[in-house]
Design a protein around this ligand. Sequence first.
Ligand code: GLC
Length: 543
Amino acid sequence: MGKELFKEMKKDWYKNTVIYQIYPRSYRDSNGDGYGDIKGIIEKLDYLEYLGIGAIWLSPVFKSPQKDNGYDISDYKDIEPMFGSLADMEELINEADRHGIKIIMDLVLNHSSDKHKWFLEAIKSKDNPYHDYYVFRDGDKDHAPNDMRAVFGGSAWEWVEGLNQYYFHQFTTAQPDLNWDNPKLRQELYDMINFWIDKGVGGFRLDVIDQIAKEPDNFITSNGPKLHKYLRELNQKTFGGKNLVTVGEAWSANIDNAPIYSNPDGSELSMVFQFEHICLDQQEGKDKWDLAPLPFVKFKKILNKWQTELYGKGWNSLFWDNHDLPRIVSRWGNDGKYRVESAKMLATILHGMQGTPYIYQGEEIGMTNIKLNIDEYDDVEIKNMYKERIAAGYSKEEVMNSIYAKGRDNARTPMQWDDSENSGFSISKPWLKVNENYKEINVKNQINDPDSILNYYKRLITLRKENQVFADGKFMMYLEDDDNIFAYERILDNHRLVVICNFYGEMIENPLTDITENLKMVLSNYEKDDDRLRPYEARMYMI
Ligand code: GLC
């Protein structure tokens, strides 16, 4: 199998597919140690085929001390024993292929673990051949090279006793930044990527890829001057021309640079994750913990811009949540009375747009955020932020409210498969608490219910597969300044797709009845038709 797997695939296959993200720790534990694993994922391939997804983005399963749950890799060519073995990974790639599903691996190329052999060598001496694989600077113990801060708190510089130098880390101290200016380092990364391509993976998600060309002396983290040069080289030396899907995580992506990343000539990546719409419900100039309501009209304008301005020039990725973000139904929907309606409404908006939709595990059953005691959280980001803010004088209540709203563990609680103990995730105590609502919200309850959120997602995926207007139709937004309605049309030749959604919980008038007069309603989250739009109502029409 291996490389041969994808030869027959249609070019740009990812434009007609839906990708499902698995956070392996929390998906399914096959050996009862409380952590999800690769064999657990293999057990669930029938389920994923039922849902209709075309590829799995697998959060990192490489060997790792797990200081940032796998985003700290100590061996890129081996599998973390907690998740299984290399043989399990090969089995997953081949079994998934039999289910028509490709595996997208999550490459962390900006940094490695501080336990990677390269780093262990690098700190031995300045003459060590691996020293230049990382970003070291001189200084003295009391004076870091500059005052740059790490994303998860504290200085971005860490002193190495004995070496008498600092190393640069944009994330935790256990995640030293790799030095992309070193051609040998780059070649090692390319060899490693080709190793996985030879094993038959379907593509890669590239972690914080906009940060690889950092220039800490110039205070540059994202979008360094050499970024696109490096991305083109990466493409040419590895996945370029091989019909693989690549998606770069790029918090700094904007509508001006997105067409460079995802140029249809295939010189860089298939697409990027951009976060412009994701960062709206926070106070301006502050960070995600400083909560603010979602400015709805601005939110629509941003999505409208990405839909229209990237058309023909690049490709969008469509997502509401992932392992770093809160659960969408709790965030912008309603996780109480209208959980089912609002989860379907949000799915309708997302899946009708142009781009490749991503589903984060559990989103398809409407899983919600969780509230834990501070010592029950696992995430390093939550823990560091808690300490920093309490020390800075914030009240405990305020800090906890930020965690409830935005903490990454909201998305990381175990997958809710059924109503048995530990939600069918594991026979043992899971590494992170299961959400108490698992007895009601689980796959088993929804799979045979034609009106469930799960079967609604399945229908959206089927509609996309059967109608080219989803992939190629031109986007036009309606009522951009309306405070409640999210509506748009997609047009491809004489095919039309219209989406009309009430984003909020009040009953409102529907000013768009003329537009849909001759169209057929193909999907809705309410049973009977009505002149008005009910709370969180979603309608999808086609001709
Ligand atoms: C990305 C990952 C996140 C991780 C960080 C550092 O943002 O999605 O989970 O902590 O990069 O690798």
